[in-house]
Design a protein around this ligand. Structure first.
Ligand code: ZN
Length: 279
């Protein structure tokens, strides 16, 4: 079974994260397949718009922190040479696969729409933020609680750009989640729809956009993305990634692991937070 599914409906490529039993948590294989699906959607001439969605109750629980994921590639050998190289291998991996993928997907030459339901946690944001538009169902909730791991925020730190500086700080400092409606009011989400209408409304918007000329769509996207980059977005994101990496280094020095608290504690913290927010 594929970790990511791909299909083209009319002129819309629908890419589906397909680990519903793991709340679409991202392991190395899923990210690789996802990148290949984005490449395919760009290559296929008939595709005008790309939709990214998640199978099951949740869009994505973030990076896969399970023991199984942590004991496989690339993590299993990442710290073998730490005495000689420091956290070089980890830095390179995160730069290429976490920051790098998000940055690449943000600039795909076709419009992208994220269709989000349920939990969108931490690295889940690194999948929906690079998309051009976000449609969320009423049950969607967004949060980046990695301060509980001694880390400043996820690798692709779009917070200040998505929420404004003051709200971004509140969300990072408190590790709180926000609802779909609050995300819409803050400008992070375009539209909020009932859960049962999410697929229909996403495809309707994608089909509407697919009527436009593909070259004009690409140019429109570039005008906005380059405006953001002229405001310093790309440089700011790169700097924030390096600060993120400093958090891993600090954690390594103090705890011998690249996150400040044990993964189990992080997981427990998330479970407690999740049950509080979903009750
Ligand atoms: Zn990291």
């Amino acid at each position: 079974m594929s970790l990511v599914e791909y299909e083209v409906q009319d002129r819309v490529a629908v890419i589906t994260l397909n680990r519903p039993d793991q709340r679409n948590a991202q392991n190395a294989g899923l990210l690789k397949e996802l990148d290949e699906c984005f490449d395919r959607a760009v290559e296929e001439k008939e595709v005008r718009v790309i939709v990214l969605r998640g199978n099951g109750k949740h869009f994505s629980a973030g990076h896969d922190l399970s023991d199984e994921a942590q004991s496989g590639p690339p993590w299993d050998h990442m710290f073998d040479n730490v005495k000689e190289d420091g956290l070089l291998d980890m830095y390179k991996w995160e730069l290429g696969h976490f920051f790098g993928y998000s940055r690449k997907w943000r600039d795909l030459p076709k419009p992208t729409i994220a269709s989000v339901q349920g939990a969108c946690v931490a690295a889940g944001l690194m999948l929906c933020w690079p998309c051009d538009l976000i449609i969320a169902s009423e049950d969607a909730r967004f949060g980046d609680p990695v301060i509980r791991m001694g880390i400043a925020g996820v690798e692709y730190q779009g917070h200040a750009w998505e929420f404004g500086a003051r709200k971004a700080k509140e969300l990072l400092f408190t590790a709180e989640f926000i609802s779909a409606e609050e995300a819409r009011q803050l400008g992070m989400v375009n539209r909020v729809v009932p859960r049962e209408k999410l697929e229909e409304e996403t495809l309707a918007l994608a089909n509407q956009i697919a009527q436009m000329h593909p070259h004009a769509l690409m140019l429109a996207k570039r005008t906005i993305n380059q405006t953001l980059d002229a405001q310093g977005q790309h440089q700011a994101l790169q700097s924030a990634f390096d600060i993120h990496s400093l958090g891993h280094a600090n954690a390594w020095i103090t705890s011998g692991y690249p996150v400040m608290v044990g993964l189990e504690e992080m997981s427990q913290g998330n479970k407690a937070l999740k049950s509080k927010k979903t009750e």
